[in-house]
Write a protein that binds this ligand. Sequence first.
Ligand SMILES: *[C@@H]1O[C@H](CO)[C@@H](O)[C@H](O)[C@H]1NC(C)=O
Ligand SMILES: *[C@@H]1O[C@H](CO)[C@@H](O)[C@H](O)[C@H]1NC(C)=O
Ligand SMILES: *[C@@H]1O[C@H](CO)[C@@H](O)[C@H](O)[C@H]1NC(C)=O
Ligand SMILES: *[C@@H]1O[C@H](CO)[C@@H](O)[C@H](O)[C@H]1NC(C)=O
Length: 496
Amino acid sequence: MPPAKMSKLSVIVTLSLVALVYSQKASVKQSESAKAELEAFINEAKQNVNQRYRLTYHIAAPVGWINDPNGFSYYKGNYHLFYQYYPYDSVWGPMHWGHVTSEDLVNWTQQPTALLPEDEQCFSGSAVVDGETMVLIYTGHKITDEDPFFNQTQYLAFSDNGVDFYKYSGNPVIPLAPNGSPEFRDPKAWRHGDSWYVILGSTTEDDRGRVLLYKSNNLIDWEFLSVVAESNGELGYMWECPDFFELGGKHILLMSPQGVEPQGDRYHNLHQTGYIVGHFDYDTATFTPETDFQEIDFGHDFYAAQTTEVNGRRLLVGWFGMWENEFPEATDGWAGAMTMFRELDLNSHKRIVMKPVDEVLSLRDQLIINGEFEGNQTADFDKSAEILIEGDLDEDIDILLEGRDGGGKAWIRWDKVAGKVSVTKEGGDIRQVEWAHRISKRWRLFLDTSSLELFCGEGEVVFSSRVYPLGGWRLTNLSAQVLRISGYSLKRGVPE
Ligand SMILES: *[C@@H]1O[C@H](CO)[C@@H](O)[C@H](O)[C@H]1NC(C)=O
Ligand SMILES: *[C@@H]1O[C@H](CO)[C@@H](O)[C@H](O)[C@H]1NC(C)=O
Ligand SMILES: *[C@@H]1O[C@H](CO)[C@@H](O)[C@H](O)[C@H]1NC(C)=O
Ligand SMILES: *[C@@H]1O[C@H](CO)[C@@H](O)[C@H](O)[C@H]1NC(C)=O
């Protein structure tokens, strides 16, 4: 019913139904003792974490394993980020939702674990704000005795303070994919007009990835609308963590396809995260693609990105990791992290450009180096730094990054003939991509204790890779040209 024609009575009925659903009567409080036990465990276990690779301004779990970002949202004056979390070991295990909050996207506070697995494991999902209530929608994953041994349905949880979460007693709210596929997960919800929408990752019967769209008036009763897009066979067997949003007058379908084969420089990680630009018609629920699938980040360790919009800015965060990559910090009691927060724009070539949010400028501390960077010159940094690099792009650029006390290394390079930027880890593990449509020639490199993020120009090309140097960073000019470099040390943004 269009809102203009809605009677006062029906408005009141709708509001009171929603209020009833959100009341604790219809919600199930998670066991206080289980939560208290878990927080006590985390506080104890984090004392034993080896600090050598701990990140200083990237979100990571206090102890244990994390993967996908979840529930990225803004509620009552705070940014909220949740993450797939297994506190009891630094490997994947039954999924919880860990939780951090921040007023400014740079200074983060650890919150108690938001969702604990009960009958269901709490797989990935998103958060929306409905009036005064924060609503999480996530995949309840259950192990069964049947082939394929699991069942995935969509669950709700509520909070009125952004800290304590209650699971909806009527879960699941979406029990089955339209084609019955057991692969049915990662709901991302948003509001458009007077309705709620949710997009979900799934598969066709012949194992091609696809995304499904549903609509609801109350977040409880969902109607299947359409298949927004599906793989033609070359784009993987499962599309995880879909997101769908407007940017620069277009609609962006962001997702993480699994099972895409490497092609030239593309798709060298086990799984990919990227996007298709197109047009979406809400009346017919049809998405008309205008581009092919493009990777959104070209580094070694990036997956399952999620966005949210706050004050007109489209913000993105990804898992700073990849399935089956090594996590050297796992022997230290933790594994995995989140990338820096990025702001998105669409350029005139229908490519997403991605910049660190402006708030990261507030992390800058001391100016360590500023000027011409000559032959064999090295610059030493502590565990974290922001480094601005400019060279002549008619000549090659070759920069070595290594530990002042050894450990991991990486090389960042510009190849003027190929027109490509590359990031190479030890053993020649290279990721490279053409860098075209350059407005700015500057590189902005962010180093943390065990990570690097390279933003080229206006963010046309971005690499996120984990690297594990020891004793702080050393940068060496291996190029045949003088580079202009300035570098800052950075303040801490996350709890120790
Ligand atoms: C970060 O936030 C905490 C608590 O909100 C505050 O005590 C601290 O001073 C802040 N740190 C910075 C660097 O802003
Ligand atoms: C998963 O469980 C729900 C009930 O919670 C059921 O309706 C649905 O059919 C099951 N899905 C599959 C794929 O069997
Ligand atoms: C750089 O170091 C090498 C060997 O350490 C030396 O042969 C070379 O002359 C140096 N180059 C410059 C420009 O200082
Ligand atoms: C670093 O920059 C200078 C330019 O002063 C260049 O001549 C030199 O060869 C570069 N690299 C090395 C390894 O010295």
